[in-house]
Design a protein around this ligand. Sequence first.
Ligand code: NAD
Length: 421
Amino acid sequence: MASPPRRVSSPLLYSLASLPLFHALPIYPSSFLSLLLSRSLSSSSSSSSSMAPQEAAASVAQKSSSIDEAAPLRNRVTVVGSGNWGSVAAKLIASNTIRLPSFHDEVRMWVFEETLPSGEKLTDAINTRNENVKYLPGIKLGRNVVADPDLVNAVTGSNMLVFVTPHQFMEGICKRLAGKISGDVEAISLIKGMEVKMEGPCMISTLITEQLGINCCVLMGANIANEIAVEKFSEATVGYRENKEVAEKWVQLFSTSYFIVTPIQDVEGVELCGTLKNVVAIAAGFVDGLDMGNNTKAAIMRIGLREMKAFSKMLFSSVKDSTFFESCGVADLITTCLGGRNRKVAEAFAKNGGKRSFDELEAEMLQGQKLQGVSTAKEVYEVLSHRGWLQFFPLFATVHEICIGTLPPSAIVEHSERTPK
Ligand SMILES: NC(=O)c1ccc[n+]([C@@H]2O[C@H](COP(=O)([O-])OP(=O)(O)OC[C@H]3O[C@@H](n4cnc5c(N)ncnc54)[C@H](O)[C@@H]3O)[C@@H](O)[C@H]2O)c1
């Protein structure tokens, strides 16, 4: 196997990477240099929605001059999902497809159709106002985002599919798409979660590959959608299996001056980090709800990270230690335990002494957005019970038992602190 390439992600960083001086730099370059370079990058990669009209026109004109040669090879992108993160992903992608010659401008976005309280269809509202008024209000998606409520129609003709729905809906979506996607289509999953089947746990990227017969990368990271929507700097990790070129195409599609993407060859490690940190975030929320303070929360995060790593490596021996130090690992764990929706609802659950169910609190607090941590805790618990691993994972086991009411929220410290054998 070739030695791992230097981690460079933005177009300017790619061109810098060819300079001898750049290779002499002894450090992790992507985030540090991108901060230094963000000013010079911003004119070339800011979103079309935030450009002045003249700049947007110039960007499109510049692109169309190179379109003719690229036309037969241009990639078409569909985003399957239009929730909070799905809408932000569409915005990021649309800001790039409009300026990069190798992509068609238009980004289709499949919408699970809903009728708004006004009586208007969500799809019509998105296409009229260029804004997902329910899941990402106040943010323009880019005029080249086209919402479509017909799943099969939305993916037809696209060779790059971005899956970004709550994980519990993916089995049904795959069933509806099975047999309708050509084998050379590439997919990426931004979905945090897993399916537990009779034969064992199945990661969402594997579900996509098995049911649709296509290769699937993953993108995970410290990415609270609302912060990226307003273009605050953050990083993400693309996990790929073998084909680095495909991973680089995804990096190109997602990278902007404020969103730095690094490819690594560890699909399972990246996906398990994104999935399992939601269980730890539930534990962090219990700690907040019981006012246990920052030391306790840090201890819970540390124990959680240890269990994330052990669980991932026990399931897939290929998972790399270094993956836990990428954005998808420790950074995502920190941001989710400080600010995510799993933490927030778990905090309310603990404040109510476990007397109001997660379903009730989710419906009241999230207005249609979905929690992933509670269902993931259940799925992880099933794997642990089935494999006889419960005693090795006291934090994961305790989170599920609190969620289903077998233990009180205060058990999060009483039980998690048992040293796993
Ligand atoms: N929101 C974030 O900050 C964030 C960040 C990173 C990753 N993620 C992950 O992205 C994935 C998608 O989350 P999101 O934030 O875009 O969604 P969301 O929770 O904001 O919205 C729920 C979505 O599910 C759709 N939906 C409801 N019922 C459905 C059904 N029966 N079939 C199909 N779709 C249905 C809704 O229309 C809506 O688009 C999740 O796996 C989540 O963990 C979210």
